[in-house]
Design a protein. Structure first.
Length: 210
């Protein structure tokens, strides 16, 4: 195995900047060792198993999977605002069509409230993330809090809370009665919360590597 092959395995899955930094550190160590009279084979034995190294490096450095959970932010322009709104285009369209369909019955209050909440969340996301106002963990948390699923969950919890214990009991009963559908809803909620944990872990690594 050559040092290049070893590094390809050891840095597999790391984000580009992290992989480049790790490679530079290892190659610098290799160069120093060769100048001191050591052989490349001896250096590779010192480095150990590349798969083990990859697992350890993935714990300390940002990976490509984790990097996807970090918000890229927006440009402080109308195009940036359009991007923020575009991320919620599907729920915006669905709630807008629902509100139009409910105009005849006059029961549009909840739908309009959800529609306005989604627009307000997207606007606030754009205002904050288009400016370097927060560190990586703050940006990741804010992006998650102002995402459509979180806004929908928050408003649903507010409605249930307004009904007291009866509202929560009714929600639990509906989830139980829906069987697999209820399980899928609970699974998605757990997945959504796990996204926040992954984003915070990625942000912590990104901050540590600055």
């Amino acid at each position: 195995m050559t040092p290049e092959h070893w590094l390809n395995i050891a840095t597999h899955g790391l984000a580009l900047e992290a992989a480049a930094r790790v490679r530079a550190e290892y190659l610098a160590h290799l160069e120093d060792a060769l100048e001191a009279g050591e052989s490349a084979e001896a250096v590779l034995r010192e480095w150990g198993d590349p798969h083990t190294a990859n697992r350890e490096l993935s714990k300390a450095h940002l990976t490509t999977r984790e990097a996807r959970y970090l918000p890229a932010g927006y440009a402080p322009t109308w195009a940036g605002l359009g991007r923020a709104l575009g991320e919620d285009a599907v729920p915006l369209l669905l709630f807008a069509l629902t509100a139009l369909a409910e105009l005849r019955s006059g029961e549009t209050a909840i739908t309009l409230a959800l529609l306005l909440a989604i627009v307000a969340a997207a606007l606030l996301r754009w205002l904050v993330l288009s400016r370097q106002m927060l560190a990586a963990r703050g940006r990741a948390t804010l992006y998650w809090l102002l995402s459509f699923p979180t806004v929908l969950m928050a408003m649903s919890c507010a409605v249930l809370a307004s009904r007291g214990a009866e509202g929560w009991h009714e929600a639990g009963r509906l989830l139980w009665e829906r069987g697999w559908t209820g399980l899928l809803i609970v699974a998605y909620l757990l997945y959504h919360f796990s996204r926040l944990l992954t984003a915070l872990s990625a942000a912590r690594k990104a901050e540590a590597q600055l």
